[in-house]
Ligand binder design. Structure first.
Ligand code: PRX
Length: 637
C-alpha cells in the first residue's frame, strides 16, 4: 500500500514542509514503497556545479518488476493496457497485467535472441501499437537503454539520433495509420540506416500487412522471432543510477540533445507524481493521449500508470478522425475517468461543432489534465465546461523532458486550481524565480526566470555523450540552480503561471524545436544563404514557425521556392517542423557584431510592428522597413 498520495490541502502542506526540511527522508520513505532487489546506501548525493546527481545510490532494482511483477499477485487479472486502434471499426485489444507481463517477457527474449545486452542502446521508431509498449518495457526488462523516436521524424533526424546514441538495433513496423493516411515507416528506417553503421539488426512488427524491403541478415519480422521464445524472462538487476532511457529533445543549438534518465529516481518520481497529480484511484480508467515518442507518453502513458497498477489506455489515432468527436467517443466507450491531453488538441477540437462534444455523455470523467504548453484561458474554459461539465478539475501540469515528471500542477481536488495556471509545486519540488542577474525574487506578484533549487529524483542526469552540454544548458546560467529555460509569473497567492520559453526554443503544438535546428534545415536548401526563425502566436498550435530567408538570387517564383524550403525542412526534421510562414528578405536585422536581433523579427512575426524599439544600433536599419513591408504583404505560405 502506498502512503505518499496526499489527499487534502493540509496533507499537501505538511508533505511540502517536510520535503523542504528533510528532503532525504521524504524521498527515502516514498522509495521504500517500491520493490528493490537491494536497498540503497545513500538517498542523495549531489552538486549542481558539475552537475552530479545520484539518487538511491547502491540500490538495485528493475523498473519492470515494479510495473508488472509486483502486481501479479493482487492485480494479475486486472486490465493493464487497453489499445484502441485508429479506425473505430477495428477491434480494440486489452491486456491484463498477467498478459502484459508475458508479452513484455516475450519481446525481451526476442531482443536477447537478436543479440541485445544490458547497456546496449535500442532505437524504437514505431507507431502507437501495443508492441511499442512491449518494446519499451522489454528494453527496460533486460537493461537495454531505449531511445524512442517519434515516428513523425524524418530519416535524417532518425539517423542523427541513432548515431548520437550508437544504437545497435532498430525496432519498427511496416507502416502506420494516422487518420485517413497510411505511412510507410519501414521505408523511412531503410533510408535512415544508409548512414547508421552501428545498427546490426532491425526487428519489424507487422501493422499494415504491407510488403516491405527486408535486408538479408539485418531485418527480421517480429512475428517470426516471437514464435518459439519463452513467456518468462528474468529481469536484469540494475543499479539505481544505471541509464533507463535516452530521449532526444531540442535545445537552442542545432543538434538535438539526448536527455538521460536513470532507473531508480525516474521510477520513484513517475508513480509518485502520477498518483498525486491525478489523485489516482484503483478503479480508474486512465487515458493519456500523448505519443510514447514524447516524454509524456513515457512517464504518463506507460511507466507512471503501470507502476501504480492502473489501467492505461493507448490510442493509435488522431483526435479528428473519423470525426471531431473521436476523443469523446473513446472516453464513453471505455468509461475513461482521467483524461490527459494537450492544449493544441483542445484548441483544434474547439474549432469544430459543439455537438461533436455534447452528443457524448462523458459521465465517467472525473479529472482532466493538460500538458506541453501554456493553456490559454479560452481553451481552459472550453475544456472545463464542455468536457468536464464543470464537475472535473483541470490539472495544468508543467514539466519538461528533462524533469522526467510533473513538477508544478494542481493536485486534483486537493490543491487550488486557477485557469491557465500550473499553480503549486508538488511536494519535493522547490521552484524559484530569479531576475536577470540571477537573484532570487522572493515576493509574490512577480515575474522571472523559473529555476529549481534542489534535486528531485527524476531529473536529467546528463545529455548522452556530452556531459558538458548538460552543464552548459541547465546549470551554468544561474549558479547552483537548474534553469528550466521558461519564464513564469507568481501571483499574489503564490500560484505559478508559466509564460513560455525565454530561450531560442519554439513550442509548436507542445513539441519543442530550437530555432537553430530549423534554420540549419532551411539553410540546406540550395537557394538559401541565411535564415532566421522565430515563433509567433498561432490559434491552434500555440506557436507557429515564421522563417525569414535570404536567397542567393531573387527567386523567379516565390511560391515554388517556399514549397521547396518546406520540403527541405520536412526532409531534414519532419512534417511537425514545417514552417507556417516564410518571408523572403534581402537582409536580416543584425547588430554591428553580426548578431541577429530576434526581438525585432519576433515583433514582425507577431504583427506588432508599431513599436519595434530602438533600431539605431543595427548595421543596416533600412532592412527593417523592408521586412515590415514584406510581412504586411505576402509573407504567408
Ligand atoms: O515551455 C514549457 C512547456 O514545454 C516545455 C517542455 O517541453 P518538452 O520537454 O517537450 O515537454 C513537454 C511535456 C512535458 C517547457 O519548458 N510546457 C510544458 N508544460 C507546460 C508548458 N508550458 C506551460 N504550461 C504547461 N503546463
Amino acid at each position: 500500500m502506498t502512503n505518499f498520495q496526499v489527499k487534502t490541502y493540509d496533507e499537501y502542506q505538511q508533505a511540502y514542509q517536510r520535503s523542504l526540511e528533510d528532503p532525504e527522508s521524504f524521498w527515502s520513505d516514498i522509495a521504500s514503497t517500491f520493490t528493490w532487489r537491494k536497498k540503497w546506501n545513500t538517498t542523495l548525493e549531489w552538486n549542481f556545479e558539475e552537475p552530479d546527481v545520484k539518487w538511491f545510490k547502491g540500490g538495485k532494482l528493475n523498473i519492470t518488476e515494479n510495473c508488472l511483477d509486483r502486481h501479479l499477485k493482487t492485480r494479475g487479472n486486472k486490465l493493464a493496457l487497453i489499445w484502441e486502434p485508429n479506425d473505430p471499426k477495428e477491434r480494440f485489444v486489452r491486456y491484463t497485467y498477467r498478459e502484459l507481463h508475458e508479452k513484455v517477457c516475450q519481446f525481451a527474449n526476442v531482443l536477447k535472441k537478436n543479440g541485445v545486452q544490458k547497456g546496449d542502446r535500442v532505437c524504437i521508431y514505431m507507431p502507437m501499437i501495443p508492441e511499442l509498449a512491449f518494446a519499451v518495457l522489454a528494453c527496460a526488462r533486460i537493461g537495454a537503454i531505449h531511445s524512442v523516436i517519434f515516428a513523425g521524424f524524418s530519416a535524417v533526424s532518425m539517423a542523427d539520433r541513432i548515431n548520437d546514441a550508437g544504437a545497435k538495433m532498430v525496432l519498427t513496423s511496416d507502416g502506420l495509420n494516422r487518420g485517413a493516411k497510411q505511412i510507410p515507416v519501414k521505408r523511412v528506417v531503410d533510408e535512415a540506416l544508409e548512414t547508421c553503421p552501428t545498427i546490426e539488426k532491425v526487428i519489424v512488427v507487422e501493422r499494415l500487412g504491407w510488403a516491405v524491403n527486408m535486408v538479408e541478415g539485418r531485418d527480421v519480422w517480429y512475428h517470426d522471432e516471437v514464435k518459439d521464445v519463452s513467456k518468462e524472462c528474468p529481469a536484469e538487476i540494475m543499479d539505481a543510477e544505471d541509464m533507463l532511457f535516452i530521449l532526444y529533445t531540442s535545445g537552442s543549438t542545432g543538434k538535438p540533445k539526448g536527455v538521460v534518465h536513470t532507473c531508480g529516481g525516474y521510477m520513484v518520481y513517475a508513480e509518485y507524481s502520477f498518483r498525486n497529480v491525478f489523485q489516482y484511484e484503483e478503479s480508474d480508467i486512465y487515458w493519456c493521449t500523448a505519443d510514447i515518442g514524447w516524454i509524456t507518453g513515457h512517464t504518463y502513458l506507460l511507466y507512471g500508470p503501470l507502476l501504480a497498477g492502473a489501467t492505461t489506455l493507448m490510442f493509435e489515432g488522431v483526435p479528428t478522425y473519423p470525426d471531431m468527436g473521436r476523443f469523446w467517443q473513446v472516453c464513453d466507450k471505455f468509461g475513461v475517468t482521467i483524461f490527459y491531453t494537450a492544449p493544441t488538441a483542445i484548441r483544434s477540437l474547439m474549432g469544430g461543432d459543439i455537438d461533436d462534444v455534447l452528443s457524448y455523455s462523458l459521465d465517467s470523467l472525473r479529472v482532466l489534465g493538460s500538458v506541453g504548453e501554456p493553456i490559454n484561458e479560452e481553451a481552459w474554459h472550453w475544456y472545463h465546461t464542455h468536457v468536464g461539465k464543470e464537475r472535473c478539475p483541470v490539472v495544468d501540469t508543467w514539466w519538461q523532458t528533462e524533469t522526467g515528471g510533473i513538477m508544478i500542477s494542481t493536485l486534483a481536488n486537493v490543491t487550488p486550481m486557477k485557469p491557465s495556471h500550473a499553480t503549486l509545486p508538488l511536494p519535493g519540488v522547490h521552484p524559484i524565480l530569479v531576475d536577470s542577474d540571477g537573484k532570487e525574487i522572493t515576493e509574490n506578484g512577480v515575474e522571472g526566470h523559473l529555476c529549481i533549487k534542489h534535486p528531485w529524483p527524476s531529473m536529467i542526469r546528463t545529455t548522452y555523450g556530452d556531459h558538458e552540454r548538460c552543464r552548459l544548458s541547465y546549470f551554468s546560467t544561474y549558479k547552483g540552480l537548474y534553469f528550466t529555460g521558461d519564464g513564469a509569473k507568481r501571483d499574489e497567492n503564490g500560484l505559478y503561471r508559466i509564460i513560455g520559453r525565454v530561450d531560442d526554443v519554439i513550442n509548436v503544438s507542445g513539441h519543442r524545436f530550437g530555432t537553430a535546428e530549423i534554420e540549419e534545415a532551411i539553410n540546406h536548401n540550395n537557394h538559401v544563404i541565411e535564415s532566421a526563425v522565430v515563433g509567433f502566436p498561432h490559434d491552434v498550435k500555440g506557436q507557429g514557425i515564421y522563417a525569414f530567408v535570404i536567397c542567393k538570387d531573387k527567386p523567379e517564383n516565390e511560391e515554388w521556392l517556399r514549397a521547396e524550403i518546406i520540403e527541405t525542412v520536412v526532409e531534414k526534421i519532419g512534417k511537425i517542423a514545417r514552417p507556417d510562414k516564410i518571408q523572403i528578405v534581402s537582409g536580416l536585422p543584425k547588430t554591428r557584431s553580426g548578431k541577429i536581433m530576434r526581438r525585432i523579427l519576433r515583433k514582425v512575426a507577431e504583427g506588432d510592428v508599431s513599436n519595434l524599439g530602438d533600431t539605431s544600433t543595427l548595421l543596416d536599419p533600412a532592412v527593417v522597413d523592408e521586412i515590415v513591408e514584406g510581412s504586411l504583404s505576402k509573407a504567408k505560405v
